[in-house]
Design a protein. Structure first.
Length: 359
């Protein structure tokens, strides 16, 4: 689906649902800083990582759109360290940011960032990953449970063995997204196990979403089952590439189905080669632009239209949850390429031309 249609649907859904979040008050009653309509807005963007390609895109698009709306943005990257992320956020608060956008490394520990921000009347947007047990003002992400369902369903629909041996490679257990993905994956796989169509031969989380952890999980599963693995539900593209590497070690790449998530260039190449089976495409522009627009509104005490809520164990957080899409070789051109997320030239560079999908 084109971005413009996605954006339109999002706005429409917000209007229909009539839900909203306002930046003028907090649940804990602390006073809110409020910028005037023409005051310049300072946004702090606290990121866990820019290791994966997608996060580099998030950073660039947040910076681009902030510039477009005349806001300034300070981006800090914690490189997987909770203490670093907290320190960086506190520094940004000291420097007087008007609003914080936080992509947390650890969804539980980041609650203290929300508390520190609220003590200074600064609203907090939880970005892509949910901050738990805290009075988060807004959550903006994609439909993560649905993504887990799409990964598992795709593999289930395309595996041609019964019962089929499945390996589940989760993401980082400190990232709420990894837990939501697993929930979605099991929504599909549990009934298949009960029907006798699927056997889960390994189900583990890859520390820090590391490809090397995924490689270990899949290698061990291959050893344990004497190479009898039919599908690997990898939770993102990084872990999918670790899985593919383990399969290559046993000359099984291309014979075992592998899911993914993010539309990373390196994984799209594997999809064209037939070594990774699918990815979940999450357009990042509506996420990044949506967060920046919402940040400006919250900083001014204006209302942000939301489409959903998500329970973070403290409250039902007003949420904007964007639509993901399953992408394989067959619809690569009409999704990721059509949107300009990656060009077909980039994807096919270095690959045999006959492998490249033709319009
Ligand atoms: C998730 C995110 C994914 C992926 C992963 C690793 O939270 O939703 O897109 O990048 O983290 O950073």
């Amino acid at each position: 689906m084109r971005l413009s249609i996605l954006t339109f649907l999002l706005v429409l859904a917000a209007l229909v649902s009539g839900a909203c979040v306002s930046g003028s008050k907090t649940n804990d009653g602390s006073a809110r800083k409020k910028k005037g309509p023409n005051d310049p807005i300072k946004i702090g963007f606290s990121m866990d990582t820019v290791k994966e390609e997608r996060w580099q895109r998030d950073r660039d698009l947040v910076e681009k759109h902030a510039k477009e709306i005349g806001a300034s943005v300070n981006v800090q990257v914690a490189n997987g360290s909770d203490s670093e992320q907290i320190k960086q956020a506190e520094n940004m608060l000291t420097q007087g940011v008007d609003v914080l956008i936080v992509a947390p490394h650890n969804g539980e520990i980041a609650a203290s960032i929300v508390e520190a921000a609220h003590r200074q009347g600064v609203p907090v947007i939880s970005y892509d990953r949910l901050i738990k047990n805290a009075d988060v003002d807004l959550y903006i992400s994609h439909q993560v449970v649905k993504m887990g369902e799409m990964q598992a369903q795709y593999l289930l629909d395309h595996v041609n063995k019964k019962p089929a041996n499945f390996v589940i490679v989760g993401g980082s257990p400190t990232d709420n997204n990894a837990l939501l993905l697993h929930q979605g994956q099991m929504n599909v796989l549990k009934p298949a196990v009960d029907r006798g169509d699927v056997k889960i031969v390994a189900d583990e989380y890859a520390k820090e979403w590391q490809a090397s952890a995924a490689l270990n999980i899949v290698e061990n599963a291959l050893t344990r089952t004497n190479n009898q693995v039919d599908a690997v539900v990898a939770s993102n593209d990084g872990t999918a590439r670790g899985a593919v590497q383990a399969l290559e070690g046993q000359h099984l790449a291309g014979k075992v189905l592998v899911s993914g998530q993010d539309g990373d260039l390196a994984s799209l190449k594997l999809i064209v080669e037939g070594k990774q089976t699918m990815t979940i495409y999450k357009p990042i522009q509506p996420l990044a632009y949506g967060a920046v627009d919402a940040a400006a509104k919250l900083a001014r005490g204006e209302t942000v239209a939301t489409t959903d809520t998500i329970d973070n164990a403290f409250k039902k957080v007003p949420a904007i949850l964007l639509e993901p899409a399953a992408v394989d070789r067959n619809n690569l051109l009409t999704t990721i390429v059509k949107d300009g997320y990656h060009t077909i030239e980039e994807i096919c560079a270095g690959l045999p031309p006959e492998k490249c999908p033709k319009p």
